[in-house]
Ligand binder design. Structure first.
Ligand code: ZN
Length: 176
């Protein structure tokens, strides 16, 4: 007979195994983040206009530092999930405008900002390259002189990581 205590122990033991299974599964099939914007021949361009450079770590007003990558695209174009995961947030956020956060099995979180339309909501599971919304100019990107772009972030909890440092698919050519 299995007592409540031993059953509880089995359940507790099973969850880390499941987590490790999914990490290994997606880690093997999706070792890298794909381009969240349409990439012609796997080529993406980083924003560079008088209102700011789109590189990770570029300076911003008030001593702030750019926490993501600004990928040039046209307003109204599709935005793709860079990796499979679960939508943690989809709505209006200060500065980011309409934006979506996806939590991935590797524990990292990706963010897609300044969107004009949201196609998923919190709790949805999404697969890599699924359309999650449309690009736009909401939040801090509303100035007409700011080049239309997708603000893309990858975070480990609160810490922003540089997507171009071993996270984005190395076959994507990034032009600055
Ligand atoms: Zn940005």
């Amino acid at each position: 007979m299995i007592g409540a205590a031993s059953l509880g122990a089995v359940c507790l033991a099973a969850f880390p195994l499941a987590t490790n299974y999914y990490r290994t599964y997606y880690g093997t099939r999706e070792p890298f983040y794909g381009s969240p914007v349409p990439a012609f021949s796997s080529w993406v361009q980083i924003r560079n206009d008088p209102y700011g450079k789109g590189a990770f770590g570029a300076s911003r007003n008030g001593g702030r530092v750019h926490q993501g990558l600004d990928l040039v695209t046209r307003a109204g174009y599709p935005v793709f999930a860079a990796k499979s995961g679960r939508v943690a947030f989809s709505g209006d956020a200060k500065g980011y405008g309409l934006s979506t956060d996806i939590l991935h099995p590797d524990g990292l979180r990706s963010r897609y900002a300044h969107l004009s339309a949201l196609d998923v909501q919190a709790g949805d599971w999404v697969v890599k390259e699924q359309i999650i919304g449309k690009s736009g100019k909401t939040g801090n990107a509303q100035n007409p002189h700011i080049t239309p772009h997708l603000h893309f972030e990858i975070r480990n909890r609160e810490t922003a990581l540089n997507p171009t440092a071993n996270l984005l698919d190395p076959s994507i050519v990034i032009s600055y």
